[in-house]
Write a protein that binds this ligand. Sequence first.
Ligand SMILES: *Cc1c(COP(=O)(O)O)cnc(C)c1O
Length: 388
Amino acid sequence: MSLANRLIYMDHAATTAVHSDVIAAMTPFLTQAYGNPSSIHAVGRQATVALEQARRTIAATLGRQPDEVIFTSGGSEADNAALRGIALARRAATGANRIITSAIEHSAVLHTAYALRDHFGFQVTVLPVDPEGRVRPSDLDEALRANPDVAVVSIMYANNEVGTIQPIAELAAHCRAYAVPFHTDAVQAVGKLELRVDDLQVDALSASAHKFYGPKGVGFLYLRKGTPFMPLITGGSHERGRRAGTENVPGIVGMASALALVESERPRENERLEALRDHLIGGVLEGVDGARLTGAKTQRLAGHASFVIAGVEAQGVLIGLDMAGVAASSGSACMSAAQRPSHVLEALGVGPHEAVGGLRLTLGHNNTPDDVAYVLEQLTSIVARLRG
Ligand SMILES: *Cc1c(COP(=O)(O)O)cnc(C)c1O
């Protein structure tokens, strides 16, 4: 098989290519309808119409009202706005001074919680996870019972490094019982999992367009009506005073178009990606000596495969795959023995020695069974070479 002359992209958890339909939807707003939605004139009004149409599309997917959708510059900003915005507003109103989160959050949540601790005097409770990477709802319940001072709880919907899906509705129900706002980072879940926020019982939810075939630099925060909130970015009265700045109209139009696309194909694409993923996981566990699956066996994102491979460093594997035309990831920013192991693998109980062998293969739109066969073949020989 000679596929090395084309790129086999298996890093969809890092980012995705913008879908051609999305580009087509965006283009008019970069060329003719370039107005500022705050302007009175016709070209400005065109932008406003598109902006509000996009907001309605997103709200419909969430099963809620358009004015509960706040556009942001991406997932990191949405996470920051949720944590800082809710925590500061809740403290101002009630004195609540604690943030509860989990040990496997994306750094956009975890480092924001630590910044609120180090610079704003909040307390942070970090919940552990089980060996598959799941937060136990009983642990959250205990933390809520023990601490009457909780301002906000933030637990991700699905993990970017190991693909584990959290029991969000169950976790959120505990927060409801204590009247504590619940935020979920759903960046990895969009296009894969149910997003109806009333079923999930969440008060705030973050998303990022570039993780679901939309453009980079645009995302949204769903914020349930009545949730205490302080804007992260102040200035003009955009987004009903919750996020200042001229709206990224082409990006927002693209995001709504991408969301409609992934929602429409979700059942079919999930089924396809699950089959490819299971073939990939089976092949790695069978063919690569010392490989072990990280994360959940069943409660796992479609298209997400992650491993640790004993006795090899991720860096060597990734370079080998790259030379063979395969784009993969270690799953985290750190991957050499000299660096700190991934906080996610650490939370799962993976030892530092094993964690340097982290490998993440995440499938998407254009991956085929041939791609999986090629990667399995390459990976087996790369690992054998590194060992030898
Ligand atoms: C990618 C990612 C983010 C950050 O989103 P950006 O739009 O890149 O800022 C946050 N959380 C998770 C789980 C992610 O995978």
